[in-house]
Design a protein around this ligand. Structure first.
Ligand code: NAD
Length: 298
């Protein structure tokens, strides 16, 4: 299939590469010329703008952009995708944005005669490179069925979450829980160690007891407990604290629109905001444990 791919960053570039590997023809665009050049070297064709990409003979377009403002600009702008795309071309936005914005853009797309899915992902840059992402998809069932084989080239769990915006709703709920659970594990690990328990012994207890969760058994924030996690390499790489702050902001905004209390989510947002203000936004989100640790702790 001839696919347009727009947004070739940490996630988009490896996702686009997997589409090429699966035998699809790709036309790509990014504001970064270097990002485009790297995909062209891998076999893609470069477009000079979103409009040019839309006017190329693509059958489907995928976008992977930082935030809602970029998504609205790229789809709704005068020189954007909707003003230029052929009718019936399926549009898939995999950026993480708020459900309301996803619904607004999809409604505008429908008015132009284009079906649209929101399909945010989890699995990080490792999952993007390995083609093992989870896609949380919102939109019509028939459009989901059309997208499924394409998404399967980039991910292994492709889940239809319901109508438009529901993919983003599932994503913000999951990531809010992740932020809260990471802070919970950081707090509990710090308390146990301050009370004299060895961190590895404590992690072993938690991971075989009722406190166990992904943040404790797969991504433990306490240094020295696990290999191959950001805590083992000074919290470099991984999922940045500022991206977690963005996702907690999306959860709070979405919650406000449906008048749903997210008390711990709001607290988690404030803790990550504090951490970011202290200049640590680039560290992996498990570094939030540094808000709790004393200098003399192991
Ligand atoms: P990134 O900043 O690395 O990449 C974004 C890309 O979009 C950049 O290459 C940038 O040049 C391009 N871009 C921005 N505005 C553009 C425009 N107007 N036209 C064309 N290109 C434009 O971000 P990322 O890490 O790839 O994340 C993308 C999305 O995926 C975000 O919404 C993020 O929250 C989400 N996400 C990221 C991860 C992760 O681990 N990095 C995991 C899951 C979801």
């Amino acid at each position: 299939m001839h696919i347009g791919f727009l947004g070739l960053g940490n996630m988009g570039a490896p996702m686009a590469r997997n589409l090429l590997k699966a035998g699809h023809q790709l036309t790509v665009f990014d504001l970064s010329a270097a990002a485009v050049a790297s995909l062209v070297e891998a076999g893609a064709t470069a477009a000079t703008s979103p409009a040019a990409l839309a006017q190329a003979d693509v059958e489907l377009i995928i976008t992977m952009l930082p935030a809602a403002a970029h998504v609205k600009g790229v789809y709704l702008g005068d020189d954007g995708l909707l003003a230029n795309v052929h009718p019936d071309v399926l549009l898939i936005d995999s950026s993480t944005i708020d459900p309301q914005s996803a619904r607004e853009v999809a409604a505008a797309a429908r008015q132009h005669g284009n079906p649209m899915l929101d399909a945010p992902v989890s699995g990080g840059t490792g999952g993007a490179a390995a083609g093992t992402l989870t896609f949380m998809v919102g939109g019509e069932a028939a459009d989901f069925a059309r997208a499924q084989p394409i998404l399967a080239a980039m991910g292994k769990n492709i889940v239809h979450c319901g109508g438009t915006g529901n993919g983003q709703a599932a994503k913000v709920a999951n990531n809010m829980l992740l932020g809260i659970s990471m802070i919970g594990v950081a707090e509990a690990m710090s308390l146990g160690v301050a009370l004299g328990v060895d961190p590895q012994v404590l992690a072993g207890i938690i991971n075989t007891s009722s406190g166990r969760c992904w943040s404790s058994d797969t991504y433990n924030p306490f240094p020295g407990v696990m290999d191959n996690v950001p805590a083992a390499r000074g919290y470099s790489g991984g999922f940045g604290s500022d991206l977690m702050l963005k996702d907690l902001g999306l959860a709070s905004e979405a919650a406000k629109q449906v008048r749903q209390p997210v008390i711990l989510g709001a607290l988690a947002q404030q803790l990550y905001q504090t951490f970011s203000t202290q200049g640590h936004g680039n560290l992996d989100f498990s570094a939030i444990i540094n808000l709790y640790r004393k200098d003399d702790q192991a």
